[in-house]
Design a protein around this ligand. Structure first.
Ligand SMILES: [Cu+2]
Length: 223
């Protein structure tokens, strides 16, 4: 049985433990889970007026931007509806501390997501910044399977701006990525705008306008 003295000695220890428990809970309550559900498939698109077969995520290329805050857990359910191709997605510069099996290196850290299959990636984004995600199989990235991850800092940013814009630099070919792969980086197959392949009165490549006197933050992703 505890003596009165032992009881009194135990109280500060209890209070300190309680403090850390409360603090820990408070900290965990800030981090959130960010859930995404993606369907990856082949579709025809003409992002720069030239119609070709691309790979989309939920109907768009580049794919949806993942929005999170430092310390959050990102959960992405990927459904492979490519019919004939395996799939995996790499989260570039995300450190995957404790979760190396979600790094997306097909055949090394995970089995491929087979056609018709589903895989759920789950990882912590522990550092603020702008990151790329992209396909890790064949030339699927060049066919359009890529996008951005924006991780906001917990503390307020030390600068201000009027607009926040993203630009991703990615290879893009008018030939299919299979033909491009067989040609092994043949630059003659790279796209160039000419009137015989597109009608620029109906569509045009992406143009970023800027208003004089305003401040723009540009997040430029490339690899
Ligand atoms: Cu990468």
């Amino acid at each position: 049985m505890l003596s009165m003295l032992q009881l009194l000695r135990a109280i500060p220890t209890f209070l300190i433990l309680r403090f850390f428990l409360i603090f820990g809970n408070f900290h965990n309550a800030e981090a959130r889970n960010r859930h995404y559900k993606w369907e990856v498939k082949n579709e025809y698109r003409s992002p720069d007026c030239f119609k070709k077969l691309v790979i989309t995520i939920n109907g768009i290329t580049p794919g949806p931007t993942i929005q999170a805050q430092e310390g959050d857990t990102v959960v992405v359910q990927v459904n492979n509806t490519l019919i004939t191709e395996n799939l995996s997605i790499h989260w570039h510069e995300i450190r995957q501390i404790g979760t190396p099996w979600f790094d997306g290196t097909e055949g090394v850290t995970q089995c491929p997501i087979l056609p018709g299959g589903t895989f759920i990636y789950q990882f912590v984004v522990d550092r603020p910044g702008t990151y790329l995600y992209h396909a890790q199989y064949g030339m699927q990235r060049e066919a359009g399977l890529y996008g951005l991850i924006r991780v906001a800092p917990r503390d307020p940013e030390p600068f201000t701006y009027d607009f926040d814009r993203s630009i991703i630099l990615n290879d893009w070919y008018y030939k299919s990525t299979y033909e491009q792969a067989a040609g092994l980086f043949n630059c003659s197959k790279s796209p160039s705008l000419s009137t015989d392949v597109c009608d620029i009165s109906k569509c045009s490549p992406f143009i970023q306008t800027a208003i004089p006197g305003k401040t723009y933050r540009l997040r430029i992703g490339s690899k």
